[in-house]
Design a protein around this ligand. Sequence first.
Ligand code: SF4
Length: 454
Amino acid sequence: MRITPSNKMKISIVDTRNIFGLKSINKDLNGSYGTQDYFGKSLISKIFEKLRAKAVFLPHLTSVYVATILRAQGHTVNFYFDQIPKNHYDIFIIIGSIVDQKNENKIAGELRKKFNKSKVGFVGPFPAKMPSLYPNADFIIDGEAEAFFLYQFNDFNDLEGVLKVEKLVNMEDLPSPDYSGFPFKSFRYRPILNQSPMLSIQSSRGCPYSCGYYCTYPTSQGKKVRQRSANAVVNDIIFMKKKFGMRSLLFRDPIFGINKEYPFLLSDQIIKKNASIYWGIETRADLLTKVNLSYMYKAGLRSINIGIETNNIEIAKKNKRKLIESEHQKDIINYCNNIGIKVVGFFIIGMEGDTIDSIRNMIDFSLNQKTFIARFSVSTPYPGTEYFDFLDKANLLLNKDYQNYNQFKLVTNQGKLRSIDIEELLLEAYKKYYLRIDKISSLALDQLKSYLPF
Ligand code: SF4
């Protein structure tokens, strides 16, 4: 049952990212634990970091949904991302993440001091797992914030301590995301979706795959898949196009199309309701076929992020990852290239069992995959996952300075890999992949085309 809190309040949602100029942080990624791009200290590393920060600025989707829900309840909601709120609000909600935890807690302290009658609290899976790292919080929401504000939140005085959310959100109860007050014209996901304004949405949550052993999505969203109907999603698209002039859309589902009928249903509805838009998804290659791809392409699908992770079957097994059959993966990538869908390959280095040789082998493998671009990251154990618990118990965590848990630094002590090896191998992967004449020219051409008016 939905509730409507009786007192109308002034609420501000705060993202500390830009307040501290940390534009390489993305708090929506990685199951909302967040990531921070860091390629090392060399000149070329800094260039990679700058390029990535210029290319990608994603909305924090939970904040958008929470703001929409609270406004529908009659509250006034403002969003701050590049300055600390200076005026009084009844409630300050700070977006919590693993990568910016210290700054987040510091801002909470400043707000509490200045507005001592207000409540200052956190949303996000990391503060919920590690509440002791947020001593300045009045409250921390432990569970989906959308569900809390839809089904539980009733009174200002409820906001105290760790607030356990009793149930997961029913995807049909989510409102169409209303980006009013968010810097929606600045959100971007280049070079994957070049058309701005680029906004994001979720049509499903949850992932049942065994790689939830190390991945944060099942930890933050659960293993059971919850689906929003194609009809509701297409209404969302129409709303966002009309209200914000949206020209491209990123689905932030952890595994789009796990329900095999869904890509067809959604594509049909997009075409039928004349809601055409360029869109991108993230999924596994074994859920893709030439048939569903050509169907989705007709409805505007233009990019797919696929987790490839590793090419080493033994390492995949050790990390409880089911590898995709390599011929099928190749076929799908080639087909996407032929029809005009960009494929982004995600690879992980430093997985349990990795060695310098296996990582180099994986880097060479990535060069032959013909993906449009690639993202390499360092295997990172997150509090709340089995992987983290295993390493913690075995005393194999190098440190618990969580700002280093950013997917770019080694924080585990496994085998013979040292931090310096990982840093060098990560940069080697990016250099080998991107500093190729054909890659540079195809990316430059793609960007050039995106600025042409036809
Ligand atoms: S399939 Fe993807 S989203 Fe699901 S658990 Fe594995 S890595 Fe995470």
